[in-house]
Design a protein around this ligand. Structure first.
Ligand code: PLP
Length: 402
């Protein structure tokens, strides 16, 4: 298969304006630690109706400093969804905490608040309640945040929304990222996500203390704010101190310039993704395959569009994967349940731990969706799936006239 003919499952859209924005920074005085990163932080925060944005080198770094800002450490538990990218769980391990998983809702593929509550009741009896819970807005569809937030008040945990898939999505009519139901929300700007900075991420919060802590940790734990510094000798003239153990998790000016320029197109990108999803919903409605259900409270940004084979599809996951791949349509599984990864299996997790997550793993695959996908490409994907799967059998009432 000629590389040019392969339809990827996801891909960035870069305009001449994006390129010019990056070139402008290259000709400017600052390649890092200049004015563009704060401008990008401000723009994303304002788009999402949050008070503070802290840009980072990637979403994984942002999740790490978000956990540290919430004082996650040894002896603590972080819970997340098993159907996510490994970073949503790894951030807990980086802090020396233990990680556990809450099974998904089989309709939304998001952390199920019902399973969360069951697990909280059991954990309370054992004195092992989580300090931090990380719901993941899987595929761009927001989680049931009102329910998870209510449980956080009852059981005393903090929430970090992993919204890596979901910038531009809405929950109950409000933008994801506003942190109405969480302490911190994290976005990823990896090229397959909704908007890109190549590598990059951002943590949003309404809490100035959390924003300050994350800003400190992002840059070595070094502060030059007088009130943060410990008493110095009077003849000390240098105005910075390392007051915490931080990292170099900074975003560059080049990345922020690309991000600011991409942000102009966010609404357009999301509506194009929604239109592609709508086209798939419609075109695949006659095929015996499960298309992704949407909760009425959620307006997904459709980072991913997962389909699931059924017992009567006429094709299993593996043969559908192979046939699509052979025909030049890249499909991928998002995701293998995190606890089945060898590293986590070594921590003691066993197959069967989260049955709904494992069903998802055995039946799903994400078909291509990205803002620059052409109609011809969408038709190629749809035609292939239609040719590989059985048509849906319309069930008739017994005895009804045909
Ligand atoms: C992509 C992704 C991340 C990590 O993002 P990076 O910016 O690549 O570090 C974390 N969580 C989820 C759910 C993701 O999809």
């Amino acid at each position: 298969m000629n590389q040019a003919n392969i339809i990827p499952y996801g891909k960035q859209s870069i305009s001449e304006a994006d390129i010019q924005a990056v070139v402008d920074v290259l000709r400017s005085d600052f390649l890092t630690q200049g004015p563009v990163v704060p401008a990008f932080e401000q723009a994303v925060a304002s788009y999402c109706h949050a008070r503070h944005g802290v840009a980072a080198s990637n979403a994984t770094a942002a999740l790490h400093i978000a956990c540290l800002a919430l004082d996650l450490g040894p002896g603590d538990w972080l819970w997340t969804s098993p159907i996510t990218f490994v970073a949503s769980a790894n951030c807990g391990l980086y802090c020396g905490a233990q990680v556990d998983f809450v099974d998904i809702d089989p309709h939304t593929f998001n952390m199920s608040p019902v399973n969360l509550e069951k697990k909280l009741i059991a954990a309370k009896l054992q004195g092992k309640l989580p300090k931090v819970v990380v719901p993941v807005h899987m595929c761009g569809q927001p989680c049931d945040m009102a329910a998870i937030h209510a449980l956080s008040l009852k059981y005393g945990f903090r929430i970090i929304e992993d919204a890596s898939h979901a910038i531009g999505a809405k929950y109950k009519g409000e933008p994801v990222g506003n942190c109405r139901y969480s302490a911190i929300t994290v976005f990823s700007f990896h090229p397959v996500k909704i908007i890109t900075t190549a590598e990059g991420g951002m943590a949003l919060t309404n809490d100035p203390a959390l924003a300050k802590k994350m800003t400190l940790l992002r840059s070595h734990g070094i502060s030059s704010t007088a009130e943060d510094m410990v008493q110095r000798p009077l003849d000390e003239i240098w105005n910075y101190q390392q007051i915490d153990l931080g990292f170099n998790y900074r975003m560059t000016e080049l990345q922020a310039a690309l991000g600011l320029s991409q942000l102009q197109k966010l609404d357009e990108f999301v509506s194009t993704r929604q239109a592609i999803a709508h086209c798939y919903d419609h075109a695949l409605s006659g095929v015996d395959i499960q298309t992704p259900w949407q909760h009425p409270d959620a307006l997904s940004s459709f980072h991913l569009y997962p389909i699931q084979v059924t017992a009567t599809s006429g094709v299993d996951q593996q043969s559908l994967y192979q046939a699509l791949t052979r025909a030049g349509v890249s499909v991928n599984l998002h995701y293998i349940p995190v606890y089945l990864q060898p590293y986590y299996a070594h921590l003691g997790f066993k197959r069967g731990y989260c049955p709904y997550a494992e069903d998802y793993f055995k039946l799903s695959m994400s078909i291509p969706v990205y803002a620059s996908m052409t109609e011809a490409q969408q038709h190629r994907v749809v035609d292939l799936i239609q040719s590989l799967c059985h048509a849906k059998v319309v069930k008739r009432l017994a005895g009804a006239a045909v």
